[in-house]
Design a protein around this ligand. Structure first.
Ligand code: LMR
Length: 397
């Protein structure tokens, strides 16, 4: 039965964890996967989460099946974070949300549903994009193409080429956009550029699929939702995948959401009924624990305020790591200018390291990064940053 099964390559991101875990060198540093570590190098358990968990244990709640689309308070909370307190679209019944198994799960149920309603469309992702975007949409049966995005020469955005590509796409092409903190580059369009992107996407009748996995890691929860709201204001029907994995430090709980904006309340009813079939035939209904905890935090004012502060502290620590990395690389005598790291947003920096340099970082120094040169700045801390800067300097020398 399995004789013809070929060995698949390691996952380009999660496969690094496997290699890292098997590495016995004491000074090893994992800058591969997008996970926030505190200054002690631990994945934090947020106080807001701890308090909600304690209340949940105290309540000795039964674990029945959730509704297929998940916990109502969770879905409502996710919508509010994306679209704001007083969204006219929400009031009009034009927004529906399903709790999903992380941001990846939200993308997958969105992709499966899209294949049902737009079987002939292609999917366009940024060049480069999160490694799993292409694989996920291809698995769902789509042909995946790329649109220009990153300009290696400027470490910035290739905005004109990106806009031209959108203008040339056939109608109903599904365009995957990173609504903030682009993964892997950390390079986001300005709000003015986003407005022009949104105009073209609407005028060309393209289908926006906004992926927002790092809300709160750019400028703040509200500011980072600006792009979602900008698209919503243009009255477009669209898909939004969002994740609380990073913002709640609840990676293993698989806390994501798929939000759809429809044309009417009546349409929402039909769309939700079909989306529920997609979910039911994939995993039936989502798990209870992580979703309940997130819902409690989002819907309890003092826990919410505590979470906002904790998220701000994570964001600030990443910023300070960016600044220190740039300084320490200079101090190591690195000739290349790394100031662009200060402009990038979110957890990642597209360092410009080549895949050979990434291999040497790992093999010679035990510092793990993604082959594309992406490093997770959120995994730097005051104990490992000198070693990382020295190691980068050595592979650049
Ligand atoms: C990442 O890009 O490292 C994260 O989104 C984790 C993942 O699932 O790849």
């Amino acid at each position: 039965l399995f004789e013809s099964v070929e060995l698949a390559p390691r996952d380009p991101i999660l496969g690094l964890n496997e290699q890292y875990n098997a590495d016995t060198r004491p000074g090893k540093v994992n800058l591969g996967v997008g996970v926030y570590y505190d200054d002690e190098g631990r994945i934090p358990l947020l106080q807001a989460v701890r308090k909600a968990e304690e209340a949940r244990v105290e309540a000795h709640a039964a674990r029945g099946y959730l509704p297929i689309e998940g916990i109502p308070g969770y879905n409502k909370g996710a919508q509010t974070l994306l679209l704001g307190e007083n969204s006219p679209l929400v009031a009009a019944g034009r927004v529906l949300t399903a709790q999903a198994l992380g941001g990846t799960g939200a993308l997958k149920i969105g992709a499966d549903f899209l294949k049902q309603i737009l079987p002939g469309s292609k999917v366009a992702i940024s060049n480069p994009s999160w490694e799993n975007h292409r694989a996920l949409f291809e698995r769902a049966g789509f042909t995946v193409e790329t649109y220009p995005y990153y300009d290696a020469a400027t470490h910035g955005l290739n905005f004109d080429a990106m806009l031209a590509a959108f203008k040339a796409m056939p109608e109903e092409t599904i365009v995957v956009l990173h609504a903030c903190c682009h993964n892997p580059t950390g390079v986001d369009p300005s709000l003015e550029q986003w407005a022009r992107i949104a105009d073209v996407i609407k005028a060309r009748n393209l289908v926006p699929f906004l992926d927002i996995a790092y809300q709160g890691f750019g400028e703040g929860l509200e500011q980072d939702a600006a792009v979602v709201r900008m698209f919503a204001e243009r009255d477009m029907t669209m898909f939004i995948s969002s994740s609380f994995s990073k913002s709640f430090s609840l990676y293993g709980e698989r806390v994501g959401a798929l939000t759809l904006i429809t044309s009417s309340k009546e349409e929402s009813g039909r769309v939700l009924s079909q989306l529920k079939r997609v979910i039911r035939t994939n995993y039936s209904n989502p798990p209870t624990h992580g979703g309940t905890v997130v819902s409690m935090v989002l819907n309890t004012p003092e826990l919410f305020a505590l979470w906002v502060d904790e998220l701000a502290a994570m964001r600030e620590r990443i910023r300070s790591m960016r600044a220190q990395l740039v300084e320490k690389l200079k101090a190591q005598g690195v000739k290349q200018n790394f100031d662009f790291v200060l402009q990038q947003r979110g957890m990642f920096s597209y360092s410009g390291l080549t895949s050979d340099q990434v291999d040497r970082l790992r093999d010679e120094h035990g510092v793990y990064a993604v082959a594309s040169g992406r490093i997770c700045v959120a995994a730097l801390n005051s104990r490992n940053i000198d070693y990382v800067a020295q190691s980068i300097a050595k592979v650049l020398a």
